[in-house]
Design a binder for this molecule. Sequence first.
Ligand code: APR
Length: 260
Amino acid sequence: MSNDPLIPTSSPWPGLEEARDLIAQARSVFVLTGAGISAESGVPTFRDALTGLWAQFDPEELASEDAYRRQPALVWEWYQHRRALVAAARPNPAHYALAALAAQKPVTLVTQNVDGLHQRAGSEHVIELHGNLFANKWLNGCGRCDEATAIPGDPPCCSLCGALMRPGVVWFGEDLPRVARFRAEHAAETADLCLVVGTSGLVYPAAGLPGLARDHGARVVVVNPQPSALDQTADVVLPAAAGACLPLLWPQSGTETEPD
Ligand code: APR
C-alpha cells in the first residue's frame, strides 16, 4: 500500500499500485502517446475535426498528397481549421504529469499526435512520429524556396519555383520521418519501462514500438479507458482516462502552466 498522502488508500483502478512500483523502479522510461492523451484537452481527433462543413469529406480525401495536389485550397483550409481548434486547446494534467516525470528520470517521449500539447506542457525533445500541425514545409521545392504572398484562401507557394507550401504532418501513403523513427526505436529498445497512453494501437509502425520495447526486456503499462490492441503486450493495463490517472502514478511538480 502507498504511503503517499496524494494516493487514495483504496486505488481507483486495480493495477495502479503495481504500475506505480514499476515506474518508480524504472531507470529509464519510453512513453508512447496517442490521440487519447489530448481527449481531455478537447482536441478533436482527425476524424472529429470533420464536423460541420467538413462532415461531407473522408479524411483520406483530405490528408494525402494526391488530395492536396487536386484541391490545394480546400485541404489548406481544413488544416487552418484544425490549427485554430488546437491553438484554442490547453494541455491537460496528463501532459503536465509527463513533463514532471522527465524531471525525475530519463524519459523519451514519443507521440503520434501533431498537436504540440506535450511541448506546451513543458516536455522537451519530444519525438513526433507524425509531424506537427503547425509546421510547414515545401511540396517538392527547388531547395531555395522563398515564400510568396499567398492569395487569400490559397496556400502560400514559392516565388521562385511555384512549389506549394504544405503542412508538416505525415499524410496517408507517406513514410514516417526517418530520424524520428530511428530515435523512437532506439529508445524503445533501451528503456526498461514502456508507458503507453491513449492510443488504439492500430496504426503502424508506431503501434509496434511497445512490442519492440517488451522484446528488449521492458515492462509495459497501458493507460486507456477502452480496450486497445496493445493490452495483450502489457504487464499492467489501467482502464483509466489519462488526465485522471497519470498524476497518480508518480510525484508531481505542481506546476500546470504553459512555459513562456
Ligand atoms: N485517456 C486515455 N486514452 C483515451 C482517452 C483518455 N481520456 N480517451 C480516449 N482514449 C483512447 C481511446 O480509447 C482510443 O484507444 O485513445 C485512443 C485513441 O485512438 P485513435 O483515435 O486511434 O488515436 P491514435 O491511436 O493516436 O491513432 C494513431 O491514426 O488517425 C491516425 O495519424 C492519426 O496519429 C493518429 C494515428
